[in-house]
Design a protein around this ligand. Structure first.
Ligand code: AMP
Ligand code: ZN
Ligand code: FE
Ligand code: FE
Length: 284
């Protein structure tokens, strides 16, 4: 019996990427549902971390600094989460700024394609749904299309316009998995293969390990118990660490997912030990 009832969530987005909650709202909600620790893992952005830390100070909630990067391997996309990163590193910040600038340029192209189809959406409308300095993405665009009454659901935006095969889709600047993992390791983080159950490419795990992958997100909102067990077994077979989180995007996907995946605190303890062993330090 596991008597430790402390739960954590190691995959949470804020409005510094495509979540709808500000870092302050994320922290307040995490405290309300009595989580012990959360990782802020925005896409391509670490700027939501300090406001979350400020809000959580002395309130019994630990903030784990993280981020989520996308990478392309062959012709599909995978996501890599970096946990316990040195988020203050100037080199990292500069790299992420470049990626976010490219996201904005890509957004302009998608909007142009929509405009050519007679959909009068403007960049400012999309940007207004996120933060000026944050990472703008297709979820913002989908929300703007919904607000404009051009579609009836977020899903429809992807099906009709901006899904990978949609007429208004535009590729974004994307890293190689090697570069994504190296970036995280350079700032002393733990690289985790995010939601592998969605990716359905387990065969790439050995290659990712060659680049320095250290863990798998075994618990995720999209993993049923079969998938979780499968990935726990896989992690064990490969000597990889376990991570887990909800991938909460605020209320953007209907209701807050935070805390809906029960991740035990022991995962975090093991991750911290691994960080110490790998780099000789404990971040924070
Ligand atoms: P981006 O990083 O800008 O390419 O946008 C990716 C975001 O779009 C992710 O947060 C996904 O959750 C979301 N997304 C991708 N495909 C779909 C889909 N078919 N339905 C709803 N959301 C999607
Ligand atoms: Zn997202
Ligand atoms: Fe992801
Ligand atoms: Fe995510």
């Amino acid at each position: 019996m596991n008597s430790d009832r402390r739960y954590i969530d190691l995959h949470v987005h804020t409005n510094y990427s495509d979540g709808t909650f500000s870092p302050v709202e994320v922290v307040r909600y995490a405290i309300e549902i009595e989580l012990t620790a959360i990782a802020i893992t925005d896409h391509d952005c670490v700027d939501g971390i300090p406001p979350a830390m400020d809000e959580a100070k002395d309130r019994g909630l630990e903030i784990i600094p993280g981020l989520e990067l996308a990478a392309e391997i062959e012709d599909f996309e995978i996501h890599i989460i970096g946990l316990m990163i040195d988020w203050k590193d100037p080199w990292l910040k500069e790299q992420l700024r470049e990626i976010r600038n490219a996201r904005k340029e890509r957004m302009k192209k998608m909007i142009e394609k929509l405009n050519n189809l007679g959909i009068g959406i403007k960049l400012e409308q999309v940007m207004a749904l996120g933060r000026e300095e944050g990472a703008v993405g297709r979820l913002h665009l989908a929300r703007a299309l919904l607000e404009g009454g051009y579609i009836h659901s977020i899903r429809q935006a992807f099906v009709r316009f901006i899904g990978r095969n949609g007429p208004c889709y535009e590729k974004r600047m994307i890293l190689s998995p090697q570069k994504a993992i190296e970036m995280i390791k350079r700032v002393k983080g733990i690289p985790i293969f995010a939601h592998p159950g969605n990716m359905r490419h387990d065969e790439i795990i050995p290659e990712l390990m060659e680049y320095g992958l250290m863990g798998i997100e075994v618990l995720h909102i999209d993993h049923n118990s079969n998938a979780s067990n499968h990935y726990k077994q896989l992690a064990q077979n490969h000597g990889l660490l376990l991570s887990g989180g909800s991938d909460c995007h605020g209320a953007g996907k209907g209701y807050p997912l935070m805390g809906r995946v029960e991740v035990p605190y022991s995962f975090l303890e093991t991750l911290k030990e691994a960080q110490k062993k790998e780099y000789g330090v404990n971040q924070q």
